[in-house]
Design a protein around this ligand. Sequence first.
Ligand code: SRM
Ligand code: SF4
Length: 585
Amino acid sequence: MSESPALTAAVPTVSKNEILKQNDPTLSGAIAATLADPTLDHFSADDEQFLKFHGSYQQDDRDLRKTGKKYIMMIRGRIPGGVMTSSQWITFDDLATQYGNNTLRVTTRQSIQFHGVVISGLRPLVAKINESLLSTLAACGDVNRNITVSPTPAYTKAREAVFADSLKVCEALAPQTPSYHSIWIDGTQLKLDEPAVKNFVDPLYGQTYLPRKFKASFVIPPVNDMDVFTNDLGFIAVVEGDTLLGYNLAVGGGLGRSHGNVQTYPRVADVIGFLTPDQVVEVSKAVLTIHRDFGDRTNRKHARLKYVVEEKGAAWMLEEVNRRISKPLTGVRRYEFTTTGDVYGWNRDVYGKLFLTLFVEMGRIKDVAGHAQKTALRQVAEKFPHVEFRLSANQNVILANIPESDRAAISQLLASHGVKVDNQASILLAASMACPSMPTCGLGLAESERWLPGMISRLEKLGGELGLGGEEIIVRSTGCPNGCARPYMAEIAFVGKAPGRYQLWLGGNASGTRLNKVYRDTVKDADIENELRPVLLRWKNERATGERFGDFCTRVVLPEAIAAQAAAAAAKPASDATATPPASN
Ligand code: SRM
Ligand code: SF4
């Protein structure tokens, strides 16, 4: 398999991916041909890029690298708002067993990922997802990704209107490429010489799609369970009782960064105006096309919409959105967020039925000795077909639409598989998230999903020693700085730098409105308690009444640490200056 010949003629100013898209706006590459060849165990580097638009990543098992390279695929579902029927759940459960590594990975964007799929399983898996009336199209790639929507049915009946609006946006922003159907459903390579195919240009995205990924979210205050400010496009519902009045528009959020590259940084979105529900599609297209037209196509590390908004300003953004819509946005309405968390256990919904939020450790649904969560959920889906499965952006599962009469039977079924409905996890674990990192993620620099549960136990031990047991602190970890478990919003974040080494970030808040900051640039795994002990002790002794750890760090610890780092940097000879770790990035 060879690289695209177009690369030899690369226009120096645009990135490689731009040339790939330009040369094949159908995004078909040679995917179908590779799938049809049983001698191949992986795709070409070019097709890896096209595959993302189809919802799949080529990976290799990093645990096996020392003995050889085993190619595996990750497939991500496109599940708007994370809502699934019980029969779709059964399909996904079957597919994980038949083609994947027998786990379902609930993602931080309300989707499910399959890991460890070998190339021969890829097409049947994607075809069966489509048969279940879900998709994988645009779950990844330079397009609008899975739209997230507040899933909890406890707060307002307006959620249904918000969800309906999100589906309209999802449909309006979906790419139109004919290659998805032909590769995954028909199993054929698109005939690139057919005029309709040859001249295909996506009506919304154009020939080269977006410069980078684009993420949208709908959230209903006061619960910021979506981390809405980390999205390129956020709709913050303005609700009166059960009536949806409209949305405040948030633009330009995003978290990805690279170590040592200060041109890359996490950013919270700006809230720039208010729109009525009839405007959601028009406004979504306006924001998306601003990214399409102004995003940086020369440098993928600088290509997200957040850099456009940061560099041109929120006022410019508002003007540009208004230029592209028929009725201008009006002034931002009052809103307030108080929490980002899910409500665990049994609760009553706004219609008088019940829902049950189940904690999923680091998002990984699997069967282990004494805790067969995968089997338990499947049996719920089989025996209670009216139950709706909702994925949360905190990597949990909400079972919704449950009559009171099913409560005892469902609790009992879960208990028989070791799955608790009360006191499901310790207070720290229940508020934690980790990205997958090893062994599947090719970008991971350190462990994350496999490491954080042990780290949480260590923090619980430390908290116990200091008399701080029972206090909630939002702890998140990622294996690299890309930010997949949204670490930069956490009160304590561990961001992988190298095997066994983490950057330590402190200072996010409970409402998901504030970024944290770097406290230590590199900490060895074994030294983490030593770094955190004095900070936790100060919090215990010096905090204001009810002050959370992240708020205390932002008020007291970080300003002092940043001043100390600046003083140390000033005291160093000029030649050493670049070795000073940044206080924030
Ligand atoms: Fe992510 C890339 C996993 C949410 C920022 N992300 C990846 C890849 C596909 C690695 C790759 O490119 O080769 C990871 C696959 C690992 C694996 O083995 O499964 C990966 N990202 C995830 C998931 C599964 C993490 C999780 O714990 O659930 C989340 C899937 C969401 C979904 O269903 O669509 C996931 N990723 C996020 C988020 C959080 C969010 O969107 O709410 C972010 C930060 C927000 C943002 O986008 O700014 C995020 N992922 C990234 C980035 C950095 C993007 C940037 O602007 O620089 C990358 C790297 C890239 O795109 O080049 C990345
Ligand atoms: Fe991979 Fe980094 Fe995302 Fe973790 S944060 S899944 S290591 S890209």
